[in-house]
Design a protein around this ligand. Sequence first.
Ligand SMILES: NC(=O)C[C@H](N)C(=O)O
Length: 325
Amino acid sequence: MTLAGRRLAVIHTGGTIASRPDPGGPGLTPQQAPAVPGLPGVTVTAHQPFRLPSPHVTPEHMLRLARLIERLAPDADGIVVTHGTDTLEETAFFLHLALATDTPVLLTGSMRHAEEVSWDGPGNLLDAAHVALHPDSRGRGPLVVFGGDLFDARTVTKVHTSAVDAFGGYPGPIGRIDRTGETAHLRFFARPEARPVYAPARLGARVEILYAYAGWQGEGYEGAAARADGLVIAALGTGNLPAELLPLVAASAGAGQPVVIATRTHAGPILPVYGYPGGGATLVAAGAIPASFLNAHKARLLLLLLLSLGHGLEEIRGVFGAGEF
Ligand SMILES: NC(=O)C[C@H](N)C(=O)O
């Protein structure tokens, strides 16, 4: 497929793909926008709303990015976002929830910087551009491309701290791109589920995450519950907690504060299986909201958007329960 005549918008936000060793500093920092490899006949426009290491990216940055994409989408055949890998899945999921456009949006980054022999930035960027400009990519929502694998924003997660193939997620890639010479070979295996758009004008809520462990007696819970509008717990297994947490969760839910139960396990749903105090069935009976297959940090973003839209406890329970995300 020829790309000539197509329009690509590339949005640079920072991360290792934009980083170099800091002269005189202790390590890498984002310093430049990565160059887009040659795409004959393609009109490329570059944008840089911020240049940050992705641990510094906040939901407010994600909202700014969503607005920029909505503005660029009518005049682009495809959009590529370069991003640090540490929070890339959060930005991808936020955009998946907040964007209405059918224009393909491809997120990518790199695990190695431009001065390393295994620099993976140009290949990932070129893959992202090819997928973004391909007509088959339209209407699928934001996607992540890394090492040739294509992931949907709902399930993608960073699975390795240092390997070049750093992304995965259950049940796995929904497509694959390979290049031979100038030719790109793109195959989709699955289409992400349709989802409603959750696009508040501003983010007006606070959601905190608590992480469960053997022997947790609820340390940190009451402080978080007092500060936040909603809580997410990265719980154990199918969504279980130590017994001491049951009255705390019941008190929050009884007061109308959403408590979403995700899992610290890396794949699988939350299920109301166990009836011992703190077991998943008792938490749900006490009013906790199962996060389905979402990990805790994605559940947090969904809860943040729903609270910012003014949704109440029962509406929020309905969205998580029906998998409308
Ligand atoms: N590979 C990377 O991009 C990691 C970097 N710390 C970031 O997320 O900004």
